[in-house]
Design a protein around this ligand. Structure first.
Ligand SMILES: *Cc1c(COP(=O)(O)O)cnc(C)c1O
Length: 371
């Protein structure tokens, strides 16, 4: 529909070859060599002992929350600006999401705000590496330790991002990934849980597999789920993971070109910059439009670019604004960034010429021609 879509998966020959091999082998369900290979390679990539494939990113998060024994009466601290499933999975287990404002500069959960929301019921912190930018994990880890809380990472948007030289997904107790079609690597639908703890590993494998270890036929020890990935998805995943360095390299070029061309335009606030500690990845190049200075609101800019067949995306709506999580509390940074944030096209198919055209169009929007 759009000439320049916001996202578009990139597939090479290996994806087709692996899929063909998979179909010809007839191993199309959730057992097969690609599953084992994808899990092994993904754990290696993240620097964790284990990786467990799942049917999607939301089921990965649900399994993580379940395996940590979080349930009714418990609270989990989550940023107020993130994808809705972060809060939903907490509700799935009967616990309560407690929202914490984000930091205006990094767009991720504000470590200085976390402690204000900790109570006797707090069980875990869910840190989200939003739009590819790692949360302030050193501070968050200290808080988690001080208050005896579990630390879960949502790295759905940040494949390959690093904090203090370590890959995300291996920084807390459990890491969760999504391989939805617009993520950095994709399996169509799909997800992964990364971790180092054997006991938690066993729990997650049990829960995702109908509550059975498979040792004794039809012996189910808990009420489990079917949250398995298929061998076909993993066939894609194996091929995608092999290209991740190249994907990230090109995305870095895209990020740098956008930043260079957008720098200095009044009313545009560029995304968080990397620091010594935080090495973000460019999932979807995202920035803020300051209505007054830019002369047009974020939503107006989306409509303007749509007419030029450029697809963009507004930021998530703060979770405390959604009907099921509605509350009076104020999360000022979250609200401002949610209202001003816009993501621009970012994919392996995007050319430098198109980036120049997109930025040109944004500049045109800023000073609309008088008629
Ligand atoms: C995509 C995403 C998810 C959910 O992943 P699905 O695979 O779509 O279930 C969770 N958290 C964040 C931050 C995401 O961007």
């Amino acid at each position: 529909m759009y000439k320049i879509p916001i996202a578009k998966p990139f597939f090479g020959n290996e994806e087709i070859e692996n899929l063909t091999t998979c179909v010809q082998s007839t191993w199309v369900s959730s057992a097969g060599k690609f599953i084992d290979e994808f899990e092994k390679n993904f754990a290696h990539y993240c620097g964790t002992k284990y990786a467990i494939s799942t049917s999607n990113g939301t089921t990965a998060l649900h399994l993580a929350v379940m395996a940590l024994g979080i349930g009714p009466g418990d609270e989990v601290l989550v940023p107020s600006l993130t994808f809705v499933s972060c809060a939903n999975v907490i509700v799935y287990v009967g616990a309560k999401p407690v929202f914490v404002d984000i930091d205006r500069a990094s767009w991720t959960i504000d470590p200085d705000e976390i402690e204000k929301h900790i109570s006797r019921r707090s069980k875990a912190i869910l840190a989200v590496h939003l739009y590819g930018y790692p949360a302030e994990m050193d501070k968050i880890k200290k808080i988690a330790k001080r208050h005896n809380l579990f630390l879960i990472e949502d790295a759905a948007e940040a494949h390959g991002a690093e904090y203090e030289g370590k890959k995300v997904g291996g920084l807390g107790d459990i890491g969760c990934f999504s391989f939805y079609g617009n993520k950095i690597i994709t399996t169509g639908e799909g997800g992964m849980v990364t971790l180092n703890n054997r006991k938690i590993f066993d729990k997650i494998v049990l829960q995702k597999n109908h509550g059975t270890t498979g040792k004794k036929r039809y012996w189910h020890s808990v009420v489990g789920y079917n949250y398995r990935m298929t061998n076909m998805q993993a066939a894609l995943g194996v091929a995608q993971l092999r290209q991740i360095d190249r994907f990230l390299e090109r995305r870095k070029e895209i990020d740098m070109l956008y930043r260079k061309l957008l720098l200095g335009i009044a009313g545009i606030i560029l995304p968080p910059a990397n620091t010594k500690k935080r090495k973000g990845v460019c999932w979807q190049f995202s920035m803020r439009i300051e209505n007054k200075t830019f002369g047009m609101s974020r939503n107006q800019l989306i409509t303007f670019l749509k007419r030029k067949s450029i697809e963009t995306r507004p930021f998530f709506i703060s979770l405390h604004k959604l009907p099921m999580y509605k509350m009076k509390n104020n999360f000022p940074h979250s609200d401002v960034i949610s209202q001003e944030g816009i993501s621009l096209p970012t994919s392996m198919h995007l050319s430098n010429k198109e980036i120049i055209y997109i930025v040109h169009s944004i500049k045109e929007a800023q000073r609309p021609k008088k008629t």
